[in-house]
Design a binder for this molecule. Structure first.
Ligand code: 5GP
Length: 120
């Protein structure tokens, strides 16, 4: 989808394990799994297990600060686990103009090749 309707997303089904994913990290608050359409040798998505209104970063409120920090720390753990901790990128696409397609907040952890900057 290209708009934030607040409706459940495919990620709810991934959290519920109703559709399969390749999980690379999980704790009580977040789930990290491989992107189905990887843009680099390592491309992992990290999501909060409870969306709690966080359809996109632009909807964040102060009460979300803990989970936002937890997601970012999980990105570092995933980068270590994937062997890319010395060179990786963390991306959040926010809204249609940034090509957000799933309205359940997620971090992209990308690496395993030389990345370009600016990304375009
Ligand atoms: P966005 O464009 O919203 O920042 O990123 C959404 C990402 O979710 C895309 O990179 C897309 O490939 C990924 N994605 C969409 N559906 C699925 C799915 O069913 N499984 C997995 N593993 N990734 C998905």
């Amino acid at each position: 989808d290209t708009a934030d309707s607040g409706a459940p997303t495919i990620f709810d089904k991934i959290i519920a394990k109703e559709i399969p994913s390749t999980i690379v990290y999980e704790d009580e608050k977040v789930l990290a799994f491989r992107d189905i359409n990887p843009q680099a040798p390592v491309h992992v998505l990290i999501i909060p297990k409870i969306r709690d209104g966080l359809t996109q970063l632009g909807k964040a409120e102060l009460r979300h600060a803990d989970i936002l920090g937890h997601l970012l720390f999980a990105a570092k753990l995933v980068a270590e686990k994937e062997g890319i901790v010395d060179g990786f990128r963390v991306v959040i696409n926010n809204g249609a103009e940034a090509c957000q397609s799933v309205y359940h907040l997620h971090l992209h952890v990308i690496g395993g090749r030389q990345l370009k900057w600016p990304p375009g």
